[in-house]
Design a protein around this ligand. Structure first.
Ligand code: YSA
Length: 328
């Protein structure tokens, strides 16, 4: 290779180097101490006849200086380039899509906030329960017909997925001394046919208030206040007698739907079961019914969310349908 050819090739390599690594490779290729192409020529000068040495020597040295200068210049260029941010600030940004809370979580948060404001503590309980806590301790013995209504998914002979949040009443009363007032939000499970207002898996919020003089009038005030804060002052609610083995007397609370677009407009929708805690239940947790009494309730969270957000079918909550979820 002639010096002219070597120069052309080296200048082209230096010019085309895209980064410091490629530039270093070009330097080694031509000026590397051991095998650099120009270095080899310089080393072999001593073997040339005197006359040729005098001609080639200065040319080769001049080329070395020229290549060194070219390498230096290119290195500075590359350094400058990499320190300039390659962001095009005029380009339209990519919109980050933020997630949001599920309507049932929104409803649970609202309920917690209202009850916390009424001085209730918030506690949680296990979703897998024993037969004892789910039924027997709540005055529902093995062959009680009400058990049919609440049969569920059994894990083994003694354990089941809880059918309501009421077992937490027992667990709490066993370990705490009155007076107290709590709510227990949580998921419950039932073996039943689904329809627009029934799911096999849904949420309840249990409430329990025990003290020396707690009575039904207190329950009525607390629940009226709760619905007033949740749905507004004009909400109509009604208390209706009902039966649950773990309360005496027992009742249910209905809300009047006021939504001209709903097939339930002007109809009453049952939203909770409640009552005064049965003396047998208090006895069972070693609280003297003559000393302590109180009320308990269990409300259906989906039903309240359906009223608040005007949702016609409970199954939409668990459908995973983005057209539904994205509306919240
Ligand atoms: C009663 C008295 C107490 O002192 C304390 C709690 C209770 C409530 C009782 N543990 C219970 O579970 N009653 S319930 O079967 O009537 O359910 C309570 C609420 O859960 C209902 O009013 C309804 O709002 C909701 N619910 C019931 N079954 C449902 C349902 N929601 C959706 N799908 C279902 N399958």
């Amino acid at each position: 290779m002639t010096l002219a050819e070597l120069k052309e090739s080296a200048i082209s390599d230096i010019k085309n180097a895209k980064d410091a690594k490629e530039l270093e490779a070009a330097k080694v290729k031509y000026l590397g101490r051991k095998e650099g192409q120009l270095t080899n020529i310089l080393k072999s000068l001593k073997n040339l006849p005197e006359e040729e040495k005098r001609k080639v020597g200065p040319e080769a040295n001049a080329l070395r200086q020229e290549l060194e200068a070219a390498l230096d210049k290119k290195l500075k260029e590359l350094a400058k380039k990499s320190s300039v941010p390659s962001i095009d600030v005029t380009r339209p940004g990519v919109k980050v899509r933020a997630g949001h809370l599920h309507p049932l979580t929104l409803m649970e948060n609202d309920i917690k906030t209202i009850f916390a404001g009424l001085n209730f503590s918030i506690v949680e309980g296990p979703e897998v329960e024993t037969e004892h806590y789910n039924f027997e301790a709540l005055n529902i013995p093995a062959n009680h017909p009400v058990k049919d209504m609440w049969d569920t998914f059994w894990i083994d002979a003694q354990h089941l997925l809880r059918t309501h949040t009421s077992p937490m009443q027992i667990r709490y009363m066993e370990t705490h001394k009155p007076p107290f007032q709590i709510i227990v939000p949580g998921r419950v499970f039932r073996f039943e046919a689904t329809d627009a207002s029934h799911e096999i898996n849904f949420y309840q919020v249990e409430g329990l208030m025990i003290g020396e003089k707690v009575n039904l009038a207190n329950f009525k005030y607390i629940i009226s206040e709760f619905f007033r804060q949740l749905f507004g002052v004009n909400t109509e609610i009604r208390f209706r007698p009902s039966y649950f083995p773990f309360v005496e007397p027992g009742l249910e609370v209905d809300i009047k739907i006021q939504d001209p677009g709903s097939p339930l407009h002007n109809h009453w929708l049952e939203v909770m079961g409640a009552g005064m805690v049965h003396p047998k239940v208090l006895d069972g947790v070693k609280l003297n019914p003559k000393e302590f009494q109180g009320f308990a309730f269990g409300l259906g969270l989906e039903r309240l969310a359906m009223i608040k957000y005007k949702i016609p079918d409970i199954r939409l909550f668990y459908s995973g349908d983005l057209r539904f979820i994205n509306q919240f």
